[in-house]
Design a protein around this ligand. Structure first.
Ligand code: HH2
Length: 272
């Protein structure tokens, strides 16, 4: 079954829910609600990566996320830390997180790979062209799927070279990170090609701006578009979907999976 990763943004400036859960108790309450709605794991982040976002210090990030991670004891699902910083990852893993979700694929902090290797945690390697401050200025690729795939293969080599076990590595095409609408659509249409990498595939389309560009909808009205992209990502072979609206995405996934149940995709998915 496709797993859902519920998004817990403890930030003032995330693109869709910035400031809503900056208070630790509210973030913990929101995270527990997402778990009750059927999230299979929770992704806690203290730094926005939206286009143009400003970087924050490790201290500030830790002040946001640590109380939340500490308050999630007994939540019953694995917790991931969305960070690019070794100091944040180390403290988060100590506080009970089991997965590091790094949108820079271990490129931003030279210490992060060693922390993940020593801890034996799972690691998400995501593709991004450029940096959050500049990535939407002029994204350009030869063949976007081949380029993303080549990048991810190189980052898998880097991670395993740093001592991270290969079966701990997940990959993510980085929808919206240095990509035009057409790049995002092509990556989603040809997502299955990333299966050649042999790793779990995570995809995050939830409420992203390409959906707004296609539907004309504001960020809080993009659930219909999000569900369409998630159903097709599921069919193309995504293993984990990163979402804000767990209850509704869970319902959609249940129906999509029931339809696909008898087909060849289901047999292939069961054998993974
Ligand atoms: N997208 C966002 C943040 N982290 N991590 C992975 N692995 N894949 C993604 O697609 C991804 C991610 C952006 O979404 P959000 O967390 O809602 O916003 P912000 O970065 O503004 O906090």
């Amino acid at each position: 079954m496709t797993r859902l990763m519920g998004i817990v943004n403890v930030t003032p400036d995330s693109f869709s829910d910035g400031g809503l859960y900056l208070d630790a108790d509210r973030a913990i309450g929101h995270a527990r609600e997402l778990a009750a709605e059927g999230a299979d794991l929770l992704d806690v982040g203290g730094e926005s990566t939206r286009p143009g976002a400003q970087a924050v210090s490790a201290e500030a990030e830790l002040r946001r996320v640590l109380p939340v991670l500490e308050g999630l004891g007994g939540v019953g699902v694995p917790v991931s830390i969305d960070t690019s910083k070794a100091a944040v990852a180390e403290a988060a893993l100590e506080a009970g997180a089991g997965l590091v979700n790094d949108v820079t694929a271990l490129r931003a902090d030279p210490e992060l790979a060693a922390v993940c290797a020593a801890r034996g945690c799972d690691v998400v390697l995501m593709h991004m062209q450029g940096s959050p401050r500049t990535m939407q200025e002029a994204p350009a690729y030869g063949d976007v799927v081949e380029d993303v795939k080549g990048f991810l293969a190189e980052r898998i080599d880097f991670a395993t070279g740093a001592g991270i076990a290969e079966d701990r590595i997940w990959v993510d095409p980085g929808i919206g990170f240095g990509k035009t609408v057409d790049h995002n659509l092509e990556l989603l249409r040809r997502l299955g090609e990333l299966r050649d990498l042999g790793r779990l595939i995570l995809v995050g389309t939830s409420r992203k701006s390409f959906i707004g560009r296609l539907t004309g909808r504001d960020v809080d009205q993009r659930l219909g578009g999000t569900i369409a992209s998630n159903v097709l990502a599921l069919r193309a072979g995504a293993d984990v979907l990163r979402v804000h609206d767990v209850a509704q995405d869970r319902e959609a996934m249940r129906v999509a999976e029931a339809i696909l149940e008898q087909g060849p995709e289901a047999q292939e998915r069961r054998s993974r």
